[in-house]
Design a protein around this ligand. Structure first.
Ligand SMILES: Cc1ncc(COP(=O)(O)O)c(C=O)c1O
Length: 376
């Protein structure tokens, strides 16, 4: 079905080594209660992909399809907007305006005279910034979003449509992350970053707690024996780490997690090979725009470095091909969104990768389509 191509697969020697709890369950329960109460919340579908499973020589492949999440086109709707609500709530508490604030209070505009003077900011390659801008509009504050030079105009327009001020900066996504942090420090803005670094972990932790909802729904929707393999794409690793934590909570035995990245931006794979968090350089030029990250999130790495069974890197051509085949089947997906499915197919049909990952006709794979149409 997919043209065979060169892939890199690295079995994680630290798989299963115990470590710190990155996402405590209480934080997930809070995120779930808040986000499920938002207007427009509805679980996204879990789709059976029988023709893909047959071509892969496995029992089944099911795809959690995030294209319709809150009408925003990606799973990121679960994270950025939730961080905005939390940041505003904390700022209101710090300034003595209100001790405990829910996102429903904010959405109703109860504190808008104060929040309208606050600004949230972040860097994005498209989807996260859209979620933050949507949250800023919904919860009544200002928003400045930083994008790097190659983020395409439809993505910028989609963010600006929520009233955000979108600023382009030279370099890559990682440069935009630094630009947002520097400007926020200068202006006193609230940083809603989806990636974490030493000293900045609480907001990205909330964001990852929100992402867990997609895995939670998938577990609720899963019928029959649990998945044996889960393929999930990695940018900075936040989504994959959130899924990883949730697999342990919801499935027994715990499926093998395989993190899939573009071969031109495989910073998680590089970290695994390095046996420690590693940044990669270069222009990170890939059509999987949401995955074009050179520096893993610290929190995500703390989880994935010991929970991922393997890391793999795939070429752009396979993502493009997967998008087209799904489109022919009536499923709209973006290039970053299909990386997990593409990785699953490539690994299952490559004898060496199939062996390393323990894929067989009895395997049951779960993948996540993390975005809908991207406008490119
Ligand atoms: C569609 C899509 N999928 C996956 C990811 C990866 O998420 P993370 O950066 O948390 O690994 C992103 C990140 O922007 C994305 O936009």
């Amino acid at each position: 079905m997919l043209t065979p191509r060169t892939i890199r697969v690295f079995a994680n020697p630290r798989h299963g080594v115990p470590g710190v709890v990155v996402l405590p369950t209480a934080g997930f329960r809070r995120a779930k209660a808040e986000i499920m109460a938002w207007e427009g919340y509805a679980p996204t579908p879990l789709r059976d992909l029988p023709t893909w499973a047959e071509a892969a020589g496995v029992e089944l492949i099911r795809m959690k399809d995030e294209a319709t999440r809150f009408g925003l086109g990606s799973f990121k709707a679960l994270g950025g907007a939730y961080a905005v609500a939390n940041l505003l709530g904390e700022a209101l508490a710090r300034s003595g305006v209100a001790r405990s604030v829910t996102s429903a209070d904010l959405a109703a505009g109860r504190y808008r005279t104060t929040t309208e003077g606050m600004t949230v900011t972040c860097a994005t390659d498209g989807n996260h910034g859209r979620s933050v801008a949507w949250g800023a509009k919904r919860f009544h504050c200002r928003c400045v979003i930083f994008v790097h030079e190659t983020v395409n105009q439809p993505r910028v327009d989609a963010i600006a449509a929520y009233g955000a001020d979108v600023r382009r900066v030279p370099g890559t996504y990682d440069d935009a992350v630094r630009a947002a942090a520097v400007q926020a420090e200068k202006e006193g803005w609230l940083v809603a970053s989806d990636t974490s670094w030493p000293g900045y972990t609480e907001v990205p932790r909330d964001i990852m707690q929100g992402y867990r909802i997609m895995a939670d729904e998938a577990a609720d929707q899963w019928a029959g024996p649990p998945p044996t393999h889960v393929f999930v794409q990695g940018g900075v690793g936040g989504a994959a780490a959130a899924v990883s934590v949730h697999l342990r909570l919801r499935f027994n035995p715990v499926p093998k997690l395989i993190v899939v990245e573009p071969d031109r931006a495989a910073c998680l794979l590089a970290s695994a090979e390095n046996d420690g968090l590693a940044a990669i350089g270069g222009d990170l030029d890939t059509i999987m725009a949401g995955l074009a990250c050179g520096e893993p999130s610290l929190l995500a790495w703390e989880e994935l470095g010991r929970s991922a069974a393997a890391f793999m890197a795939i070429p752009d051509e396979s993502a493009a091909e997967t998008v087209h085949i799904l489109a022919d089947q009536g499923i709209v997906a973006g290039e970053s969104g299909v990386a997990g499915l593409a990785g699953c197919m490539l690994a299952a049909t490559d004898p060496s990768a199939r062996h390393v990952l323990g894929l067989s006709p009895e395997s049951r794979a779960l993948v996540f389509n993390t975005e809908g149409a991207t406008g490119i």
